[in-house]
Design a protein around this ligand. Structure first.
Ligand code: MG
Ligand code: MG
Length: 248
């Protein structure tokens, strides 16, 4: 079911998303080579709970941590571990969610550690920009196919693969609500967005093929060809003439 939010509900979602944004900014400040992904998870857990919010990923379908940490060829849903040490040249996608007074925030960033290969740096930059290429055309009445097409055509113009197996989503009282929000699509097709719908837009862009598979841990999604992948996500509210990005 697609839910249209009230002004009060969007205000709570602003708060949940600011907590997520600030958690990611804190991780951006602290992340460096030699750290474990488990240490990043602790930073997130401590900050979110200090803000009076709940880390929404923790226990979600049994997920064991407050953030997902996905390195290099890992696309999304990597599990923080005290055995995974961040290295110079890595890209680390961190996905984070919080619940504040019953409403969800959800956002992701891909961090570059030290000197990163120029081709990988370009992938990270294009992934982030592909989100904004989608946002540029968004407003009340725009179709999900148009949004997906804007993201896909930009990313594919660099020869990258747009992940299809995972998509963005509506968000509100539940982290994952209807509708699905693909990062690919056909112009003029799909659901029309309405004012005060809230969605998480999250391009997952691969340097090579768009094909992915899941590791034996039952969570981590990796690229089929082992080439790097980047992730960028924000929660947005649809307005009459555009969007409000709640997690920036
Ligand atoms: Mg997320
Ligand atoms: Mg999401």
């Amino acid at each position: 079911m697609i839910t249209i939010k009230t002004a009060q509900e969007i205000e709570l979602m602003r708060k949940a998303n600011v907590i997520v944004r600030d958690t990611l900014d804190l991780i951006r400040d602290k992340i460096k080579e030699g750290m474990t992904t488990k240490a990043l998870d602790k930073i997130a857990y401590d900050y979110i709970t200090k803000c009076g919010a709940v880390p929404s990923f923790l226990g979600y379908s049994g997920f064991p941590a407050s953030i997902c940490t996905s390195i290099n060829e890992q696309v999304v849903h990597g599990i923080p571990s005290d055995k995974v040490v961040i290295k110079e040249g890595d890209i680390v996608s961190v996905d984070c969610g919080s619940i504040y007074k019953g409403f969800n925030g959800d956002a992701a960033r891909t961090f570059m550690i030290g000197k990163v290969d120029d081709k990988v740096k370009k992938l990270v930059e294009v992934t982030e920009q592909s989100f904004f290429e989608g946002v540029k055309i968004l407003k009340e009445g725009v179709r999900l196919g148009d949004l997906g097409h804007a993201i896909q055509s930009y990313a594919e113009s660099f020869g990258y693969g747009v992940v299809r197996a995972l998509v963005g989503h509506g968000i509100g009282r539940d982290m994952h609500e209807d509708p699905e929000v693909p990062n690919y699509g056909r112009e003029g097709h799909g659901l029309r967005l309405r004012k005060n719908m809230t969605i998480a837009i999250e391009p997952m862009i691969n340097m090579g093929t768009h094909e992915v598979y899941m590791l034996d841990d039952g969570w981590t999604i990796v690229t089929e060809d082992n080439l790097p992948s980047a992730h960028y996500e924000n929660t947005v509210a649809i307005t009459e003439d555009g969007v409000e990005i709640l997690s920036l």
